[in-house]
Design a protein around this ligand. Structure first.
Ligand SMILES: Cc1cc2nc3c(=O)[nH]c(=O)nc-3n(C[C@H](O)[C@H](O)[C@H](O)COP(=O)(O)OP(=O)(O)OC[C@H]3O[C@@H](n4cnc5c(N)ncnc54)[C@H](O)[C@@H]3O)c2cc1C
Length: 445
């Protein structure tokens, strides 16, 4: 069976549901195809204040406020040195000055609130249905083929297909446009039941702790549960020769934040889950008849909790563009030139800060710079960035990145000398190679 629509959206995560709600509110005929049934688990629980404006626009702020933990900010620990990003202390340019907070959410419920809103606004959402093919005619994507759990297939044609499939990036991958970004990092995560022993964790702060070329996170969920995670390079994980479960449990024993942030009667209450090879980007974010939003456009790194905000913001931009097109018009890639440009600026900006973040984990001089400036003189601008305004203060971002690179090129990866601030966890010194392939022990010697 073949049907015709204005827009088909593949994927009902935050990107897909945001686009669906806005376009359905504008009266467009929107179909969302989602392979899972909701609620379903998804990682990505720490949200940013810049997203609150989008929650308001979608009409979902109240249920989100009621369901989740209020988040006043994010905090980074370099050993005992703390760099706090208190959302109340942004600079005056911050878009979130009037709502300087966000939420720690359970994505199963959060994603359901968002997609439920899309349904209320008139979107046709089909769960348990997977898109396995795109239909191309004269180099233009004109629709998708999908299959539900009964094995029934359908062909949906549309003026535009929005790829909101997350890291799967269905269309860019099929078109050979998806690139993995180096170095490859992975996340391992699970939930624990315990009580918080740190006031900041209890108060809803996102807290992360650096170690050499990686970091851990601890954040509070409702009902005395925690999200616990570790991010490190794939290479280092492989060299550890541990399973993800053994590795994460070892980190909970050895990492200061995880070990001392929860009561000792803690119990792991979920399997350890893994997202491998997560950093990736699509060469083009749009073509004739299609556009990619959210992680399907790119994903950089979870360290600044930027993923859900960029997913919702990209979807909002696309929905606003589509809503201004005349109803009969086919939508060409040129309509998304401005979108692509803006998304690339966000990507570059977040990349710069992520690079500096990992350089700081490996280099004591950069660590000093980051903790001194981001925690002091530059704190308000840093807060504006970590609140989700990635394009504000772009000069500061460029400078932090450039100075980090210069300092690193002079001193190398020397943080191993400072085990208190950058423990080496799981690195076998005999095998140790840094990100640039040099021997970091030699470098430090
Ligand atoms: C370890 C880790 C920690 C993270 N922590 C954070 C954090 O604290 N804060 C934050 O903001 N972000 C975080 N992120 C990132 C965040 O998870 C993503 O950026 C966000 O979920 C992207 O939303 P999305 O809608 O683009 O994709 P997704 O949320 O992944 O949704 C994509 C949807 O598409 C569906 N789908 C895929 N393929 C098909 C198909 N062929 N047919 C039909 N449906 C399909 C999937 O089932 C899924 O429901 C983290 C990521 C990782 C890896």
């Amino acid at each position: 069976m073949s049907t015709q629509h204005d827009v088909v959206i593949i994927g009902a995560g935050p990107a897909g549901s945001t686009a669906a709600t806005i376009m359905a509110q504008k009266g467009l005929d929107v179909v969302v195809i989602e392979r899972e049934h909701f609620p379903r688990f998804h990682i990505g629980e720490s949200l940013l204040p810049a997203s609150v404006r989008i929650f308001e626009r979608l009409g979902v702020h109240e249920p989100i406020r009621k369901a989740f933990v209020h988040k006043p900010g994010g905090k980074w620990l370099y050993g005992s040195i703390e760099v706090a990003g208190d959302f109340n202390k942004s600079d005056r340019k911050a878009s979130f000055k009037d709502h300087p907070y966000s939420y720690l959410v359970e994505r199963s419920i959060f994603d359901q609130i968002l997609i439920q809103r899309s349904v209320e606004c008139g979107a046709d959402v089909r769960f348990g249905t997977e898109v396995n093919e795109v239909i191309t005619e004269n180099d233009r994507i004109v629709g998708v083929k999908c299959r539900d759990e009964e094995g029934d297939t359908a062909e949906l044609r549309a003026r535009l297909v929005i790829d909101a499939t997350g890291l799967r990036a269905l269309i860019p991958s099929k078109l050979g446009l998806r690139e993995v970004t180096q170095p490859q990092r992975m996340g391992m995560y699970c939930q624990y039941a315990a009580r918080p022993t740190r006031d900041d964790v209890q108060a809803g702060w996102f807290v992360g702790q650096m170690f050499y070329d990686g970091w851990t996170w601890l954040l509070r969920l409702p009902e005395d549960r925690f999200s616990v995670g570790v991010v490190m390079t794939v290479d280092r994980f492989q060299k550890s020769r541990l399973s993800p479960t053994d590795l994460l449990e070892k980190m909970v024993q050895e990492n200061d934040l995880l070990n001392h942030g929860m009561t000792l009667d803690r119990q792991r209450i979920s399997d350890v889950m893994v997202t491998g090879n997560m950093a990736s980007s699509s060469q083009n974010l749009a073509g004739d008849g299609w556009v990619a939003v959210g992680d399907a456009a790119y994903f950089i790194d979870p360290c600044y909790s930027s993923g859900v905000h960029l997913a919702m913001k990209s979807a909002e931009m696309v929905a606003d563009i589509v809503s201004t097109q005349t109803a009969t018009e086919k939508i060409s890639s040129a309509a998304f030139d401005g979108y692509q440009k803006e998304m690339r600026s966000h990507e570059k900006s977040v990349h710069h800060m992520v690079d500096a973040f990992y350089i700081a984990s490996r280099n004591t001089s950069v660590q000093k710079m980051v903790t001194t400036f981001q925690g002091g003189y530059l704190n308000r601008r840093f807060v504006t960035f970590v609140g989700g305004d990635f394009l504000t203060n772009s000069r500061m971002i460029r400078n932090v990145h450039q100075i980090s690179k210069v300092v690193k090129s002079i001193f190398g990866n020397n943080a191993a000398k400072s085990p208190e601030n950058s423990p080496l966890y799981l690195i076998d010194p005999a095998l140790n190679q840094d990100q640039d392939g040099r021997d970091s022990n030699k470098k430090a010697a």
